[in-house]
Design a protein around this ligand. Structure first.
Ligand SMILES: NC(=O)C1=CN([C@@H]2O[C@H](COP(=O)(O)OP(=O)(O)OC[C@H]3O[C@@H](n4cnc5c(N)ncnc54)[C@H](O)[C@@H]3O)[C@@H](O)[C@H]2O)C=CC1
Ligand SMILES: [Mg+2]
Length: 352
């Protein structure tokens, strides 16, 4: 889909007509849906709805994968009707994206009670029977979701959680009301606007040139090692946060820092993960683990990390290596950082 649009260059009075790309028209349409309640309400007529129950998405198992079912408006109205609720409840849904053909996608949680809505939580097992699926904890479904579905469900869960936790104004104590898209909430008494937020988190793969540093927290699944991560403090730049976190957690000083990529991560609350590669100062590689934050940290060789990357599954039970360990799932940006490091190392060790 594309459209022609007049664009004024640098305030000059002439217009230049050009074809807008599909991506641009989609972005503008999403902006419109967030800004205009009527447009958003209209988009629900032809939209698709992803269902959640107490923040767990509805999934249907299919072999080793999970499928993510969607309902259209009519199907959703019928479902609500069966459980004695009217279509008004659909106004609790939040906009999570749209297709290139401008089919809007929404998420609705049928297990959460909303202060602004009189609707009670619907019974989980009866819903599951009716919908021929299960509401699965998102963390548990991580390994069975494709990247597109997981990204959409991450957004949906984060937005639903944010609305659930921001039903009252922190200044007046009065209820807040969401707009149709769910891109903001407004206090009914003082008109303060609240927008969904993400906490910035830095995640760093530290290398000494030949090895990389991986660590585990007490809360990690057995055998799992990952890159160092930490929340940015107020007032810090990304560079400051990376240097501080590495010093705090493993007692090392960094020499070089390079940004790699970023990712939205919904667990346990919405974070913006900012991923970097870093190297330590030469000869300064002695780790001093901060046991209040980490259970263990160690240097791992290229061969060890490359072997761990090839390992499949989520359990180390069957492994018989001298130091078996697991790496984060493919969807996690930590996995991407580790993979990049292995690939770079493999290239640099090739004979000329
Ligand atoms: N997607 C990925 O690849 C990965 C994501 N992560 C995520 O990164 C996040 C941060 O990593 P940690 O090592 O736990 O952080 P951390 O090293 O900053 O330690 C967590 C502690 O920081 C404090 N803290 C400061 N600001 C906070 C905030 N806004 N929210 C919660 N706690 C705050 C709390 O005392 C908390 O116990 C985790 O939530 C984790 O889920 C971690 C590793 C990999
Ligand atoms: Mg940490």
């Amino acid at each position: 889909m594309s459209l022609y649009c007049g664009i004024a260059f640098r305030g000059k009075s002439f217009c230049c007509y050009r074809l807008l790309s599909t991506y641009v028209t989609k972005s503008r349409y999403l902006f419109e849906l967030k800004e205009d309640d009527d447009t958003c309400r209209k988009a629900q007529q032809t939209g698709a709805f992803y269902l959640f129950h107490s923040l767990a998405p509805l999934l249907q198992p299919s072999g080793h994968q999970h499928l993510v079912p969607r309902l259209n408006l009519l199907e959703l109205e019928r479902l609500l009707g069966k459980f004695g609720q009217d279509a008004q409840r659909i106004e609790d849904s939040v906009l999570i994206g749209c297709s290139e053909q401008h089919e809007a996608w929404f998420a609705l949680d049928l297990g959460l009670n909303s202060s602004s809505s009189t609707y009670a939580s619907l019974p989980k097992s009866e819903l599951e029977t009716e919908l021929k699926g299960s509401f699965v904890e998102l963390r548990k479904a991580l390994f069975q979701l494709n990247p597109v579905d997981s990204s959409l469900l991450f957004t949906a869960q984060s937005l639903l959680r944010w609305h659930d936790g921001h039903q009252f104004c922190s200044r007046s104590g009065q209820p807040t009301k969401k707009n149709m898209a769910g891109s903001k909430r407004v206090c009914s008494s003082n008109k303060i606007i609240y927008y969904p937020q993400m906490a910035p988190v830095v995640i760093t793969l530290v290398s000494d040139g030949t090895r990389c540093l991986l660590a585990r927290q007490h809360s990690f699944p057995k055998g799992l090692y990952s890159a160092l991560a930490g929340f940015c403090d107020i007032g810090e730049s990304v560079e400051d946060a990376v240097r501080r976190e590495v010093a705090e957690e493993v007692g090392l000083e960094l020499e070089r820092l390079q940004y790699s990529a970023s990712q939205h991560w919904p667990f346990p609350n919405s974070s913006l993960m900012i991923a970097c590669h870093a190297t330590v100062k030469p000869g300064q590689t002695e780790i001093q683990v901060n046991l209040r934050e980490l259970e263990a940290a160690a240097w791992f060789s290229y061969a060890e990390v490359a072997a761990a990357l090839k390992r499949k599954g989520t359990s180390i039970q069957q492994q018989n290596q001298s130091f078996p360990f697991l790496l984060p799932p493919k969807l996690a940006i930590a996995h991407q950082l580790i993979k990049e490091w292995v690939e770079k190392h493999a290239c640099s060790s090739l004979p000329n």
